[in-house]
Write a protein that binds this ligand. Structure first.
Ligand code: NAG
Ligand code: NAG
Ligand code: NAG
Ligand code: NAG
Length: 349
């Protein structure tokens, strides 16, 4: 279980800063000078973790990543007025699930697996009651959610109503996905497969997928405009499309709480490895072995949450993206700050 290297770096920052202060400063000034556009250069905008030295925390050995991000930022965001990148860390929804008994929490970014994760936390929240009431945890879906009324909250401040049994300490998980993979999976799930799954309620959604059918170019244009409107306060985020395609860094009050989270990268094809790591952590924090074993048994090997993987669609759309400069640019404009803050590589243009 690794937290984002960025986060690790952040935690170790004070020490590193002391050691690397002079080198670091030289590199920073060097970079700024190299871009010699300090007047129009937006840097990462104000009020975000960049102020903590995030982007400019250049390792002497390796500035490739930082330089490539700065290059893209300069290209798509030459000034605040002409910025095509979606805003960083805009505060969208923040649904949190609390497990005081073991001092564990998670903030949920909507997507297929988040439902499963919510059920897992509900199970460990009260294993005995859960076992009695829920026969099949994979059927404890979003619309059922046994625990909803007991341990779900929607703001960071509401956490004060809960006491962690681990001396007031909380381990705050956040499950994140590679932005392009997440986009493809969301598109296939919400715009294509949903049409043939009655429980996905495609037909009762308002203007589902902007009427784009299977046209990803059409969809991404509309989705980008919709998110821009939201971040400018002109639209509400509560709509299936916006909830699933808004940047991950727009969720969970990351603007204030980025450094409080323990990030875990999730890839559906590696669910078994992922669960092993997660459940080993749970055991470390005191969750009984018979409970984690039961979770493993009920979740691994069940196909529900890789709904899209049995089809050809993900491959088809991945190819389409790889061959389209336009789609790649749109993905960068939408998810630049996800790539940056959550430590993923930008698509190459
Ligand atoms: C430098 O960054 C590149 C791209 O992220 C990475 O592949 C490489 O391993 C890094 N090198 C070192 C020495 O960290
Ligand atoms: C997909 O949508 C775009 C933008 O709306 C449009 O220009 C293009 O012709 C559409 N492609 C197909 C195959 O319909
Ligand atoms: C786990 O074991 C404990 C103690 O042996 C027992 O009380 C509990 O019911 C078990 N839980 C499950 C889910 O099997
Ligand atoms: C666990 C869960 O919510 N799985 C859902 C994932 O998405 C597919 C397709 O929309 C559903 O059929 C699953 O129930």
């Amino acid at each position: 279980m690794k937290s984002s290297p960025f986060q690790n770096r952040l935690i170790q920052m004070p020490k590193r800063f002391v050691i690397n202060l002079s080198i670091g400063l030289l590199v920073v000034f060097g970079l700024l000078f190299a871009y010699k556009s300090s007047s129009s250069f937006t840097g990462i905008q104000q009020n975000d973790p960049a102020k903590l030295g995030f982007l400019f925390q250049t390792d002497k050995q390796n500035t490739t990543r930082e330089i490539s991000f700065l290059t893209y930022e300069k290209r798509f965001c030459p000034s605040v007025q002409q910025c095509e990148l979606l805003k960083p860390l805009w505060n969208g929804p923040s649904r949190q699930v609390m497990v005081p008994k073991y001092g564990l929490t998670t903030c949920i970014i909507p997507k297929n697996f988040s439902t499963v994760f919510t059920s897992i936390l509900c199970y460990i929240f009260d294993a005995i009651a859960y076992k009695k009431e829920v026969k099949d945890m994979m059927k404890d879906t979003f619309f059922v959610r046994r625990c909803q009324k007991y341990n779900e909250i929607f703001t960071w401040t509401a956490r004060k109503n809960f006491q962690s049994a681990r001396g007031g300490k909380w381990r705050n998980y956040m499950i994140i996905r590679e932005p392009v993979e997440r986009f493809i999976s969301g598109f296939v799930d919400k715009c294509i497969l949903a049409k043939t799954h009655p429980e996905a309620h495609f037909n009762t959604r308002v203007d589902p997928c902007y009427g784009c059918e299977e046209n990803m170019t059409c969809f991404i244009q509309n989705q980008y405009e919709s998110l821009q409107a939201i971040s400018n306060g002109k639209k509400d985020v509560h709509q299936v499309e916006n909830a699933h395609f808004s940047p991950q860094t727009w969720h969970c009050q990351m603007k204030e709480h980025f450094t409080d989270y323990h990030f875990i990268k999730y890839t559906p094809s590696k669910i078994a490895v992922f669960l092993d790591e997660l459940l080993a952590e749970f055991e470390f924090f005191g969750v009984p072995k018979n409970v984690t074993d039961d979770i493993r048994e009920q979740v691994v090997g069940r196909a529900t949450f890789h709904a899209t993987s049995g089809t050809n669609y993900p491959k088809r759309y991945r190819n389409e993206i790889e061959n389209s400069q336009y789609l790649k640019e749109m993905l960068i404009k939408m998810y630049y700050y996800d790539f940056l803050y959550l430590d993923f590589e930008l698509p190459l243009l």
